[in-house]
Design a protein around this ligand. Structure first.
Ligand SMILES: Cc1ncc(C[n+]2csc(CCOP(=O)(O)OP(=O)(O)O)c2C)c(N)n1
Ligand SMILES: [Mg+2]
Length: 1106
């Protein structure tokens, strides 16, 4: 523990004999206190938001002081004098009703005072002092609570001096007589139960017990009196910590399982890393208690995110994942199904089962998480939000998330803060998350004093006013109480809260590590420390709740269960990744031809309808005052619709509108996306005179359309991209898009990109159709804001540069099926429209990384006729030259291949130089997977031409290093199948056999009926409606049909794990591709506009010359 310890007992020790009220007025520290109190009083009397400072004693006290000041300004401290002189204080009206928690002095029933007589000033002072002490316990009791089972930290630790000095001034030395005096309890405490007053001794005892024992509650920073009182009541009411014998036995049984599980693994797999929970085993009963109480309060589905520590134990004992499946993970078996898998303490799961305590059905999912600590947090939140959305659970009463953290990661990782800040945003809230910190007071080998600057590892939660419940992990009953309160808090206020389970780590970071190297003293203590189960069993035996025999028999029973599962695991020959899916989509893949893409063109009348709606003001236009500039935008849109052409914004709206019509939910999120960073989108029109009155035409396209959501996000990339990724994983029948403000900002979300988006399917068999919109283009805006670093995305594309897959009509879709993601840079609104629609038309889901334009948004030539979006049209992976050069190919001297907005510069220069017949310009719109077939076709068309690749990005950036080897492979005209490739196809056939086995195997497994998968059926033939509950109960889960690459792969793409071909860099045909453009550069662009223009002109001159 690393906290600012404070010896509150000092308040009772013989310190300077000064009464509290006098101190408040005169002491040197009083100025600060006075300001706080005065400010609080103002808040109360101005009836602003209820605030804990502004209640009880302080308000009455200020009133008293005000009266004194009126009589004699010199009788109060100068700070009060200045304050009252400033007229800031508003005296409460005499007849005003007494405010909640504000007691007039006359309400006190002062012990010893004669009834009806005015109390003397000492009585008043003493009462004020007692009230101040009650309040101090509430505010700072946690600082000296006994939270650390190891008791390593003492109040002597540095960091406590500031608070110590405050307490020193609170000194109130009651005499023995005072201790027996009755003091009226203010309405801000519940320690009295039914008693209105208590002897001082009892008050102090009770406070000490509530706030300084094994629970430390941080909550007084919360800006809601109601919430503060709610918490006070939950902890202060006498008897809250009394548990029935049954409850105690349940805790013991659960703790036995949690402890027994780790012990069993330690026994059977002594040399394996498992990141055991020893020292914090109470986390398992704690999670179960949270889930029990939440289920009782209406929750039906819990989505959890957690790191390595205790993950297997959670899967086994919280989710009740079959133990044999867990043990199989230790056996190092081959996988029977697709997916490269991940280590066992990263895999996800979901389970639907009966909660035996509440007798209600519950669905539990643990989201697969990467090694990158806390990266899963926003993903869990996005998934939770999506599940709430699809269930129509608008207040989060049925679906909730629990995030489990390590102490070092919780305070160290910035994404925790970013995720916390999503917690109360209307389009991102999950209506309260319970955070559980498995606080073992260490991070790998680093002590808290070297890993954080804050007193507690949980301080980040204070920014969102989340109460924080610290609890000693060696006190199971205290832990259960805290968990119950946390679950009730979430159900009552739908806000985040934190449980800080302060325990220790019995072993090293993993079981093979030696902790004595770095924490010798701590581990000497740990070695001598009894484990929590033994401590609790001893306690229950001593108090007669259980017998020693019972304790032993519960442990033996669980060991037997483990042994049986262990024996069963030994009979397994393969692991199955399907067992570790956190949200399978059955009903989506079933019965689908994995190579059939639905058409993306729509009827022209649909485009016209959407265009008209999109360009119209709200129906009540007369009352809805729109900005004049936007009226012009709408008029321009209308003119385009009349001409049947679309610009970028209109093309996008056509894609969204047509998908919404087909029942596909569309969600666009990112910074300033509602208007669009470049002021081109304007999906939300704002009434110029009425706050919060808005109109979003895409929500009103068709009466039975799917919901459209467009949300300006917080200024975060990491958390928001993670959130949208999580959202996209929940239901395949939704188009989820995240837009970066500028493409380069996506690099602050790099771990979401690397750990989830690029690799999600291969690591966790988890598909996602998420679209990342990344504004990209070298437009002289300086080193930033130019490039979305497309080269990085391309570098992570999984297609083989040296392998030309077999050609067929399905070439394009086969490639998409096999790749990890799609990278594209479209140059026309029509192609943008098609690629968005194709995300949904595909029979599987792949993330789409889309470079989007900036200046092209208004470029007069970057427009598309409706004919390119209507029925019969489709996405063009390559846009050939369709001018004079394309029509007379044999005369063409040079073909310039390019991608993105530079196309428009190239055509302009070509026109200026009158080289339209000599130079063809071909646009590669889908960069990855590389359109080998179409590049080959284009090269063949221009048989005699020189081939160049022109790009505006520097040579070491952009697409060049990705396209160059692939061009050469394409120019070879034939597949370069080496000897090793022939072998690889036979290897693949072997794998195929396994798949066949798997199919029969999983048919019998289909009884497991995954819960989430049954919620989402594929859309029906007329588009389907994912909201229709009849549809959400689709077919059974059948893993074999999920990603049945066996139908696709054969010898199509180079199978994974097979050595690549030598990588011919010179085409056998003798043709080559040359680079035209900027030299290598260290930055994405130059900061000088003049330099930028010089470089661009050089590029255009080089490219457009014969
Ligand atoms: C983002 C990130 N950085 C570094 C690591 C390496 N690492 C793995 S565990 C660990 C310590 C974690 O400490 P804590 O959060 O307290 O969890 P504990 O292991 O103590 O349960 C570190 C630094 C990581 N996994 N992720
Ligand atoms: Mg730790």
């Amino acid at each position: 523990m690393h906290r600012a310890h404070t010896a509150f007992s000092l308040a009772l020790s013989p310190m300077a004999h000064k009464n509290f009220a006098t101190w408040l007025l005169k002491s040197s520290s009083s100025q600060q206190m006075a300001k706080v109190t005065a400010a609080a009083a103002v808040r109360t009397y101005n009836s602003a938001a209820a605030e804990p400072f502004a209640n009880g004693s302080t308000a009455s006290y200020v009133e008293e002081m005000y009266n004194a000041w009126l009589r004699d300004p010199t009788s109060v401290h100068t700070s009060w004098d200045a304050y009252f002189r400033s007229n800031s204080y508003v005296s409460p009206p005499n007849l005003a009703p007494v405010q909640a928690n504000t007691l007039p002095l006359t309400a006190f029933n002062f012990g010893g005072a004669v009834a009806g007589a005015a109390p003397d000033s000492k009585t008043i002072d003493d009462h004020l002092a007692v009230q101040a002490i009650i309040r101090s316990y509430q505010i700072r009791g946690h600082n000296i609570a006994h939270l650390d089972p190891l008791e390593i930290n003492t109040p002597e630790l540095p960091g406590n001096s500031s608070t110590k000095s405050i307490y020193a001034n609170f000194s109130f030395e009651p005499s023995e007589q005072d201790m027996d005096r009755q003091f009226k309890l203010p309405s801000t405490t519940f320690i009295g139960g039914d008693e209105a007053s208590l002897p001082l001794k009892e008050i102090l005892n009770r406070l000490e017990n509530v706030y300084c024992n094994k629970i430390g509650v941080e909550f007084m920073f919360i800006n809601s009196l109601e919430q503060c009182n709610w918490i006070r009541k939950r902890f202060e009411t006498p008897g809250v910590l009394n548990f029935s014998p049954e409850e105690k036995r349940l805790i013991l049984a659960r703790l036995t399982r949690a402890t027994g599980f780790e012990a069993f693994l330690a026994k059977k797999y002594s040399s394996e890393k498992r990141f055991g929970l020893e020292g914090c085993e109470i986390m398992i009963p704690a999670l179960k208690e949270i889930i029990d109480v939440s289920t009782e309060l209406g929750v039906e589905s819990v989505i959890m995110g957690m790191p390595h520590r205790g993950r297997l134990n959670t899967l086994a004992n919280v989710c009740r994942k079959p133990l044999n499946q867990i043990f199989t993970q230790f056996a190092g078996l081959e996988a029977a199904d697709d997916g490269s898998g991940d280590v066992k303490y990263h895999l996800g799961t979901y389970i639907e089962r009966l909660n035996r305590v509440t007798n209600k059905n519950i669905r539990l999912a643990v989201v697969a998480n990467p090694s990158h600590l806390e990266a899963v947090d926003p993903v869990v939140q996005g998934k939770t939000r999506a599940e709430q959305f699809y269930r129509g659970d608008q207040e989060g009463k049925k679906v909730m998330s629990i995030l489990i953290h390590g102490d070092a990661a919780f305070c160290g990782q910035g994404v925790v803060y970013e995720t916390m800040h999503l917690s109360d945003l209307p389009d991102y809230t999950t209506h309260g998350t319970i955070h559980v910190v498995a606080n073992n007071q260490i991070g790998f080998t680093t002590d808290p004093r070297f890993s954080r600057s804050s007193p507690y590892c949980t301080d980040v939660a204070r920014v969102v006013n989340a109460p924080i419940f610290h609890v000693n992990a060696d006190d199971p009953e205290a832990v259960m109480h805290v968990c119950k309160v946390a679950a009730e808090w979430r159900a009552t206020f739908h806000k985040d809260c934190v449980i800080d389970l302060v325990g220790y780590r019995r072993n090293g970071h993993n079981e093979i590590d030696e902790p004595m190297f770095t924490q010798p003293l701590m581990y000497q203590k740990i070695r001598k420390h009894k484990n929590c189960l033994d401590l609790y069993a001893d306690k229950l035996i001593a108090e007669g709740t259980v017998t020693g025999e019972e304790v032993k028999s519960v442990a033996a029973k669980y060991e037997n269960i483990c042994e049986e599962a262990f024996a069963l695991a030994k009979t397994e020959t393969h692991v199955k990744y399907k067992d570790w899916l956190d949200s399978p989509w059955s009903g989506f893949f079933e019965g689908k031809d994995p190579l059939k893409v639905a058409p993306t063109g729509v009827k022209e009348e649909t485009l016209i309808h959407i265009g008209n709606r999109f360009s119209s003001p709200p129906p009540n236009a007369a009352e809805f005052v729109i900005h004049k500039g936007l009226l012009r935008v709408l008029a321009a849109r209308k003119a385009m619709v009349d001409e049947k052409v679309a610009d970028w914004a209109l093309g996008e709206a056509m894609a969204f509108g047509s998908l919404l019509k087909e029942g596909i939910h569309v969600r666009l999120s990112g910074q300033d996306v509602e208007r669009g960073t470049f002021s081109h989108r304007h999906h939300v029109l704002h009434h110029q005179l009425v706050d919060k009155a808005t109109y979003n035409s895409l929500q009103h396209m068709y009466p039975d359309q799917a919901p459209y959501s467009v949300s300006n996000s917080s200024l975060s990339e990491y958390a928001v991209l993670g959130f949208e990724h999580g959202y996209s994983m929940t239901n395949p029948n939704a188009l989820v898009l995240w837009e970066a403000q500028f493409g380069d900002f996506s690099n602050t979300a790099q771990s979401i990109i690397d750990q989830f988006i690029s690799s999600g399917q291969s690591k966790w068999v988890r598909q996602s159709g998420l679209v990342m919109l990344l504004p990209h283009g070298m437009e002289g805006m300086g080193p930033e804001h130019s490039s979305c670093r497309v080269e990085r995305f391309l570098q992570m594309s999984s297609d083989d540069p040296d392998y030309f897959p077999p050609e067929s009509d399905e070439f394009g879709v086969r490639q998409l099926h096999d790749i990890n993601w799609i990278v594209a840079n479209c140059t026309t609104p029509a192609n943008y429209y098609h690629i968005l629609r194709r995300q949904i038309a595909l029979p599987f889901r792949k993330p789409l990384i889309l470079c989007t334009p900036k200046s092209l948004l208004r470029h007069p030539e970057a427009k598309s006729p409706f004919s390119e979006m209507s029925e019969g049209s489709e996405f063009q992976r390559i846009i050939p030259d369709n001018g004079p050069a394309g029509q007379n190919a044999s005369n063409v001297k040079k073909v310039v291949f390019c991608s993105g907005r530079v196309y428009y510069d190239l055509t302009k220069t070509r026109k200026e130089k009158q080289l339209e017949s000599d130079i063809a310009i071909v646009r590669v719109e889908q960069i990855s997977p590389f359109p080998f077939d179409l590049v080959k076709e284009q090269a063949n068309l221009y048989k005699n031409a020189e081939l160049v690749w022109a790009q505006e990005e520097h040579k070491n950036q952009g697409s060049w290093t990705y396209v160059q080897p692939r061009f050469l492979t394409a120019l070879n005209h034939s597949r370069d199948v080496s000897q090793s490739d022939e072998q690889s196809s036979s290897t693949n056939t072997t794998t195929t056999t396994d798949h066949t086995n798997l199919e029969s195997d999983t048919d019998s497994d289909s009884k497991s009926k995954p819960w989430l998968s049954r919620m989402f059926a594929a859309p029906n033939s007329n588009g389907g409606d994912p909201k229709d509950p009849a549809q959400t109960l689709g077919g059974d889960f059948n893993a074999a049909k999920h990603f049945d690459l066996k139908n696709v792969r054969h010898d199509f793409n180079r199978p994974a794990g097979i050595a690549a071909a030598p990588g011919a860099r010179i085409a056998k045909t003798g043709r080559k591709i040359s680079y035209v453009g900027r030299a290598c550069g260290a930055s994405t662009a130059t900061g000088s506009k003049a330099q930028h223009i010089r470089e661009l002109n050089a590029l255009l001159n080089d490219a457009i010359s014969t």
